[in-house]
Design a protein around this ligand. Structure first.
Ligand SMILES: Nc1ncnc2c1ncn2[C@@H]1O[C@H](COP(=O)(O)OP(=O)(O)O)[C@@H](O)[C@H]1O
Ligand SMILES: [Mg+2]
Length: 347
């Protein structure tokens, strides 16, 4: 870059982005996380042309409540970019929101975390979106690596460790050692599948139709991986539409019911961990016996999931300190700290 370019670059704080299937977080150099919003875009069709109506928090509030002309889209829903154009709108919107109107005069370096299973076409699209939003340079980091750095795992040492990041659309399981991913697998099961499992349980057992937002709230407030000790747990009411006579109705269920509903998606996550362990080289597997497994991502907050995974694998399992922000913090640290620069990729 010429001295002229450098002049402009000087002082522009660099940006790290956790582009999650459910939430996008933006971390600004020396400031930390400055934005945390749902990865949702509401698109409105006006005279046959699609325009962005709202992004993030505002768009999520519209989900399930939009008229026909507005569609709330989650562009990364299953861990792949389902809609590249919409994803690009979202990335640009969040970058602009953080850099403000001065962005025209600033060319930050942007580090973005991508799912380990993303294709080169998808990575290219994410890079282009960041470049178009004004990045002078774009670096990518693999999501499990970012999660592990954010969770303070020993990724730079010759010690094997395992991270399980349970997001909205996917669960990424990875074995890390010496700044590299020794093994990684992605399961298309996460918080969304848990919400769906609750919806289908309530429909099957109570003939009641509930929405996505209601299911997510129940999962967050009462979700548990195993039936509570007293066999019932907390009781609570929930409202929806009766499938028999079509009118709104309220029912009472308990945490044991939710544990039953979640058994299938949680079983799939445990299976992913088992497969990863089976595919891990013996020396690294031996390290994991000592280091244990660290859980990150919003799904790590399901009550008793750590305990359940401990029973199923016989390994130590811990939940990272702030599981919802691990990936963003890890991406930010990878950008800021020279010791991690080896994990950043330019394509
Ligand atoms: N307390 C909680 N208990 C269970 N699930 C939670 C909790 N808080 C958030 N979640 C779920 O975590 C998921 C979002 O996690 P996140 O790590 O942000 O996903 P992503 O990285 O894919 O955007 C959502 O499905 C959300 O419902
Ligand atoms: Mg994530």
């Amino acid at each position: 870059m010429s001295w002229f370019g450098n002049l402009f670059k000087f002082g522009a704080p660099n940006i790290a982005i956790d582009l999650g299937t459910a939430n996008t977080l933006v971390y600004v150099q020396d400031q930390g996380i400055v934005l945390n919003e749902p990865s949702v875009v509401a698109m409105e069709t006006l005279n046959g042309i699609q325009v962005v109506k709202a992004v993030g928090e505002d768009a999520k509030m519209m989900m399930g409540k939009t008229p026909d002309s507005i569609e709330a889209i989650r562009p990364l829903r299953d861990g792949v970019i389902a809609d590249i154009e919409v994803a690009e709108h979202m990335i640009k919107h969040f970058i602009r929101k953080v850099t403000g109107s001065r962005s025209m005069f600033r060319y930050p370096e942007i580090t973005i975390c991508v799912p380990s299973g993303s294709t080169s076409v998808e990575r290219r699209a994410i890079r282009d979106a960041a470049s178009n939003a004004g990045a002078s340079q774009v670096y990518l980091i693999l999501e499990p690596m970012a999660a592990a750095i954010g969770a303070h795992m020993p990724v730079t040492e010759p010690v094997g460790s395992m991270v399980v990041d349970i997001g909205g659309g996917t669960t990424e399981v990875a074995v890390l050692s010496l700044r590299g991913l020794a093994y990684t697998t992605s399961v298309r099961v996460g918080g969304d599948k848990m919400d769906e499992a609750i919806i289908s349980y309530v429909r099957r057992h109570h003939n009641l139709l509930i929405g996505d937002a209601t299911a997510e709230r129940i999962k967050q407030d009462f979700g548990c991986a195993v039936v509570p000790e007293d066999g019932v747990g907390e009781q609570f009411t929930l409202k929806g539409r009766d499938l028999v006579n079509g009118v709104p109705k309220e029912i009472t269920i308990n945490q044991a019911n939710i544990a039953e509903a979640l058994a299938e998606p949680i079983g799939a996550i445990v299976e992913g961990v088992r497969i990863a362990l089976e595919n891990t080289a013996p020396e690294l597997a031996a390290d994991i016996v000592d280091q244990g497994i660290v859980l990150t991502g919003g799904g790590a907050l399901i009550r008793g999931l750590d305990e359940y995974l401990r029973e199923e694998t016989g390994l130590p399992v811990t939940v990272a300190e702030d599981p919802l922000t691990c990936v963003a913090v890890g991406t930010g640290r990878a950008m800021e700290e020279a010791i991690f620069h080896g994990v950043l990729m330019t394509q």
